[in-house]
Design a binder for this molecule. Structure first.
Ligand SMILES: CSCCC(=O)/C(O)=C/O
Ligand code: FE2
Ligand code: NI
Length: 198
């Protein structure tokens, strides 16, 4: 788990002291899914917006695409040389938000941190690396940052027409993300419903 207060450097591990370990089962209970992919054998462009999921040569990726209905994809590289406005993007990714759809990310190279909130509002930090394909459920509070390597090459997938616009948790006092339909859908589901703070 990771510190909740403002940290000096979001790109460091910033572990809780003493740390609280989170198990794979805990992550599954939160609604996250994970697959280890072969990002060594199969090659992808540095940037392709969009990238046609039908072009998947990796049979495992093609099977996930077909089984889970991933109809849209793009490939991005978050690195100062490849993404204009790199620092602003990283700052924005680190603003706590939800989406009204699942977040599907396949890490093709490099690494970074996804932080997700558990039902007690604690931050769980996930260090994603090359070959990790991870999904976050619709409505989960989360944020992303590069780590100190400042480089991540990732495929973003989507079911249907993509919408990347985050719904930020604390940006607008008129918008209460806790009552957003996507948030409610998640918190009314099994694990969040039984583990929320009374
Ligand atoms: C590694 S992909 C960049 C982060 C991102 O797409 C996202 O939605 C963060 O919440
Ligand atoms: Fe996100
Ligand atoms: Ni997001």
């Amino acid at each position: 788990m990771v510190e909740d207060e403002k940290v000096d450097n979001q790109k460091c591990e910033n572990r809780l002291e003493p740390n609280l370990k989170v198990t794979v089962q805990d992550m599954k209970d939160l609604g996250l899914n994970y697959w280890k992919m072969d990002a060594e054998t199969y090659k992808y462009p540095i940037k392709a917006i969009p990238w046609d999921p039908k072009d998947a040569v990796d049979p495992r990726l093609a099977a996930l695409r077909d089984d889970l209905g991933y109809s849209y994809a793009d490939v991005i590289t978050i690195h100062p040389d490849h993404l204009p406005g790199f620092a602003t993007h990283v700052k924005n990714f680190f603003t706590e938000h939800i989406h009204d759809a699942e977040e599907i990310r396949y890490i093709l190279d490099g690494s970074g941190f996804f932080d997700v909130r558990d039902p007690l509002n604690r931050w769980i930090r996930i260090h994603v690396k090359k070959g990790d394909l991870m999904t976050l459920p619709e409505g989960i509070y989360h944020r992303f940052t590069c780590d100190e390597i400042d480089y991540i090459h990732a495929m973003r997938m989507f079911i249907g027409v993509p919408c990347w616009t985050p719904i930020n948790r604390f940006d607008n006092p008129d918008i209460d993300t806790d009552t957003h339909a996507s948030r409610k859908k998640l918190t009314k589901s099994g694990f969040f419903e039984t583990h929320r703070e009374c």
